[in-house]
Design a protein. Structure first.
Length: 71
C-alpha cells in the first residue's frame, strides 16, 4: 500500500493537476476538489493504481477523475 500512496502523492502534487485545479472558479472549490480527487484515488485498489502507474497513465486517469467530479 505504501507504493500506491507514493504514486497518488506524486499526481496529487503534480504541476499538471495543480494547474487544472487552479483553473477552477470559484476559488473556494479548489481545496474541496483536490480532496475529492485524493479520496477517489485512495478508494481504488492498490493493484489497479500500480498497474495504471506502470503504464504511465495515472496522471491522465487522475485528470479524468477531476473532470468527472466537475460534471
Amino acid at each position: 500500500m505504501g507504493e500506491c500512496n507514493e504514486y497518488i502523492e506524486k499526481v496529487y502534487l503534480s504541476p499538471e493537476v495543480e494547474k487544472l485545479i487552479k483553473s477552477i472558479h470559484p476559488e473556494a472549490l479548489q481545496d474541496d476538489l483536490r480532496q475529492e480527487m485524493a479520496v477517489a484515488l485512495l478508494s481504488i485498489d492498490c493493484e489497479k493504481i500500480s498497474k495504471i502507474w506502470a503504464s504511465n497513465g495515472l496522471l491522465g486517469f487522475t485528470i479524468k477523475i477531476i473532470n468527472n467530479i466537475l460534471n
